[in-house]
Design a protein around this ligand. Structure first.
Ligand code: PGA
Length: 248
């Protein structure tokens, strides 16, 4: 089974519009030879504009969040139509920082996911357990509950749904999950997806959590991994490119 591979940069609250443009200018002159790997850049909202202006074919644009309503009195929020107007194709949803820092609940993530799909954008749905949950043997229960909630009401034939398995304790900590843990978690995710009526074997499941140029090749040796969602190591053109080169 060949699934689409992804190399996704999540810049979080980093890079001003001019820094974002500079990154793309330096990155796009590199040899982006691997047509099997989709490159997606997810800058903060204001930086979407300058990045869009410098983009070349083969690199797609994603946002880090979106609101579930279409427009109106929602101070500080951004709608799907605004993102589409900027040629955004992807939206990260359910990132652990949204869940744990901004206390975004499953119900909100589900509403956003339904909105994003309805309006023709593609969600990158993040799921993952905390360290306490892992240590108390609850990883599978957590993944199941997060997927179950987020995908409620979603057509099981939906294409372009991407899942990112990101153990919370591995994000930004320099601590990566072991290869066995990741392979097991990805198999679990596929089994849960299939139980929910989706084709678990066809949906790309990415790994995120302290991916860097030193561990990318080893991580990429796991068949279950269909690419990465990269935070810290995506901020420098060279390290992001080295990760891109680790794809077979
Ligand atoms: P990290 O972040 O690569 O800095 O651990 C990953 C993420 O939050 O998506």
């Amino acid at each position: 089974m060949t699934r689409q591979q992804y190399c996704i940069a999540n810049w979080k609250m980093n890079k001003t519009p001019s820094e974002g443009a500079k990154f793309v200018n330096n990155f796009k002159i590199k040899d982006l030879y691997n047509s099997q790997v989709k490159i997606i850049l997810c800058p903060p909202y204001p930086t979407l504009i300058s990045v869009k202006e410098e983009l070349i074919g083969g690199i797609e644009l994603g946002a880090q969040n979106v609101h579930f309503e279409t427009k109106g009195a929602f101070t500080g929020e951004v709608s799907t139509s605004m993102l589409k107007d900027l040629s955004c194709v992807w939206v990260i949803l359910g990132h652990s920082e949204r869940r744990h820092v901004f206390l975004e609940e499953d119900e909100i993530i589900q509403k956003k996911l339904v909105r994003v799909l309805k309006d023709g954008l593609h969600p990158i749905l993040c799921i993952g357990e905390t360290l306490t949950e892992r240590e108390s043997g609850k990883t599978e229960t957590v993944l199941e509950s997060q997927l179950n909630s987020a995908l409620d009401g979603v057509d099981s034939e939906t294409s372009n749904l991407v899942i990112a398995y990101e153990p919370v304790w591995a994000i930004g900590t320099g601590r990566t999950a072991s290869l066995d843990m990741i392979a097991d978690a990805h198999k679990t995710v596929r089994r849960i997806l299939s139980n929910l009526g989706f084709n678990g074997q066809e949906i790309s499941v990415l790994y995120g959590g302290s991916v860097n140029p030193d561990n990318a090749e080893e991580l990429n040796s796991i068949d279950e991994i269909d690419g990465f969602l990269i935070g810290g190591a995506s901020l420098k053109e060279d390290s992001f490119y080295q990760i891109y080169r680790s794809f077979k």
